[in-house]
Design a protein around this ligand. Structure first.
Ligand code: AMP
Length: 282
């Protein structure tokens, strides 16, 4: 496994890599969610490149950039075990040198949900992912359904800018009690950790309501809200039942819908989602 820290070196190496090249961008502190993307990339491609970069431009001024968990040694061991070929882990000034002044922005989609709560977040995500795509030049790039809006925004960017790669979205990996895996879960106190199962439980409830024939989106939102508010920890940021392509809030669910939510436990903000798909598997 090669570990590369500069853009020049990564570019030079890229010319020698056998295709197809699968790419998994991460911010490190890896867990089974990240590893599921690496495994899928390993199955699909001759070469697997993983990046580890805690991207400063996607954090807001009051967010946890400094405190974001890091454990490079452990990450590299995990990636080596999965037969990763290349780890690209540039320092911040390699990606954002002084006078860096170009941004990639997807409009519309990024103003809702996470974008409404974190106004500069997606501009940071799309800029860094566009740069990483330019540097690594993958055939396929792998993202998690866990960050559903991010995956939709990146797919849109890749299409709109003719990036010529496949964006592949992989299922959310969960703890045994249903909590979606996240690097930020370690911030939760034991009590918050117990309460955090309300996210996945409320999504299960939404699925159940929908399976039983409920098509009124507001009814689903309000049942989820009441369910979550029954436990004292956890402040709801948003609960959304939206169109899977435009992310516009729905009144009536007529086809596929993305049910997503963000809930704060102290300083930790957790996300989760489920897609309701008509006639799936039937
Ligand atoms: P991050 O390091 O949080 O930026 O995440 C890197 C990639 O891993 C993103 O595409 C995430 O959507 C994905 N990811 C994070 N958590 C999970 C999870 N629990 N299941 C599947 N993918 C995940």
């Amino acid at each position: 496994m090669k570990v590369i820290e500069t853009v020049d070196e990564m570019r030079r190496l890229r010319r020698t890599l056998a295709g197809p090249v699968g790419f998994v961008p991460t911010m490190g502190y890896l867990h089974e969610g990240h590893l599921s993307l690496v495994k899928r990339a390993r199955e699909d491609n001759a070469t697997v490149v993983v990046s580890i970069f805690v991207n400063p431009t996607q954090f807001g001024p009051c967010e946890d950039l400094e405190d974001y968990p890091r454990d490079i040694k452990r990450d590299l061991t995990m990636l080596e075990e999965l037969d990763t070929d290349v780890v690209f882990m540039p320092p911040p000034d390699e990606i954002y040198p002084p006078q860096f002044n170009t941004w990639v922005e997807v409009t519309g989609l990024t103003e809702r949900l996470e974008g409404a709560a974190r106004p500069t977040h997606f501009r940071g995500v799309t800029t860094v992912v566009a740069k990483l795509f330019n540097i690594v030049q993958p055939t396929r790039a792998y993202f998690g359904q866990k960050d559903a809006q991010q995956a939709i925004v990146i797919q849109k960017m890749a299409t709109d800018l003719n990036m010529g790669l496949d964006v592949i979205v992989c299922p959310t990996i969960r703890e045994h009690d249903g909590l979606a895996m996240s690097s930020r879960n370690i911030y939760l106190t034991p009590e918050q950790r117990r309460s955090a199962t309300v996210l996945s439980q409320s999504l299960k409830m939404a699925e159940r309501l929908w399976t039983d024939g409920e098509r009124n989106a507001e009814h689903i939102r309000s049942e989820m809200r009441q369910f979550i508010e029954r436990q004292p920890e956890g402040q709801i940021d948003y609960i959304s039942v939206a169109d899977t392509l435009t992310l516009e809030e729905l009144d009536t669910i007529t086809s596929a819908a993305l049910v997503s939510l963000a809930v704060r436990f102290g300083k930790t903000r957790l996300l989760d989602n489920v897609v309701l798909r008509p006639y799936q598997g039937k």
